[in-house]
Design a protein around this ligand. Sequence first.
Ligand code: HAM
Length: 425
Amino acid sequence: MSKAIQAVRGMNDLLPEAVDRWRRIEEASRQVLSAYGYREIRLPLVERSELFARSIGALTDIVEKEMYTFEDRSGDSLTLRPEGTAGCVRAGIENGILHNQIQRLWYAGPMFRHERPQKGRYRQFYQIGVEAFGIASADIDAEHILMCARLWKNLGIEGLTLEINSLGTAPIRALYRHELVRYFESRRAHLDEDSLRRLEKNPLRLLDSKNPSMQETIAGAPSLMDHLDVESLTHFTRVSEHLRQAGVAFTINPRLVRGLDYYTRTVFEWTTDRLGAQATVCAGGRYDGLVELLGGKSTPAVGFALGMERLAELLAQQGVVGEDVRPHVYLALLDETAELTGMALAERLRDGGLRVECHCGGGGLKAQLKRADRCGAHFALILGEHEIKTGSVAVKDLRHSHEQTQVSPSELLGYLKQKIGGEKH
Ligand code: HAM
């Protein structure tokens, strides 16, 4: 036997039980998003590499070390999307749906980053992303956060913490960067290797270091909050007011900087202490400069994305199972005549709205009932010589009474629906 081929590291199979849980998240998200007037957009998984370098930033970890980039047969440099915002903006500009318009959009699907895999961090992972274009005021920033809060509530997810910050405008950030470099330069001896590298390339990211020995130095660094321009500060205050008014608890984290360069003003993250190191479940913010940077007319924008794996793990920890899609009925068919009659009977039951799994492949009653049990069906219906002769069907309750009753085919659907409805299946 040849050696079995395994999946690529960091790229997971999702087995049916997990998919059922994921569908809960997907359906709840869809409901919440349409309740706020958002519409789905579907975007390619592959884009031109330069799109990401220009938008996420050439000096970010994602672009420097994590992209799946390849040359296609025409010699073009293409990249598996590491996130959805850049592609969404590209599509918005290309299809002329951004200029002088308000667009509330969402998308879902896989993203690819060549990170070091660990629990909660994968190389193919899934996001649900949300973007709103054309609104400069703080109400839309707050709407996004409120939408998240409603989703957590609808899913029954507890214990998520919201942190917000303002990154100001690009010119303000440039000034602040100067000051930050000055501060850290004078403390080079306290910096670890990673921070020294960040100091050269992307000093704001230094604030994001998780190294415990760096925390004291970071705590003493100048705060961007103290450098904000009046408009950014007013904007930030307004977002906070909206959240307080809506009763959404938050903390201001002046060190929250995010790993993508396109943000301006509001940034936010929802984190949990239940997932270990990969604690951020959902994150986003405002990116007023990106549409113009990618060749469109200047358009304000804000958005966020949630990580499906992390959210699904939280649901699993809370013992939430997916929607019950097990068959209501398993049909055991004991001979060839029963097989013919049984297939037709199964169709009639499905017409009546039941989920029916038909036994295929023959075999004895015992083996068939074992399968019925294993698939989680509520009832086994048995059709054999006796049933065909007497024009009846044997119904065995597999979950509760384990009793067997003969029911006439004309009454069967009503009988089953009543039993199943009575138990709120
Ligand atoms: P991000 O913070 O890079 O933002 O990713 C958003 C979320 O995706 C994270 O909070 C996390 O839950 C999940 N995630 C990221 N990387 C991984 C990974 N390697 N494995 C598992 N989950 C992961 C963005 O992607 C922005 N596009 C969000 C946004 C939309 N900002 C504005 N609009």
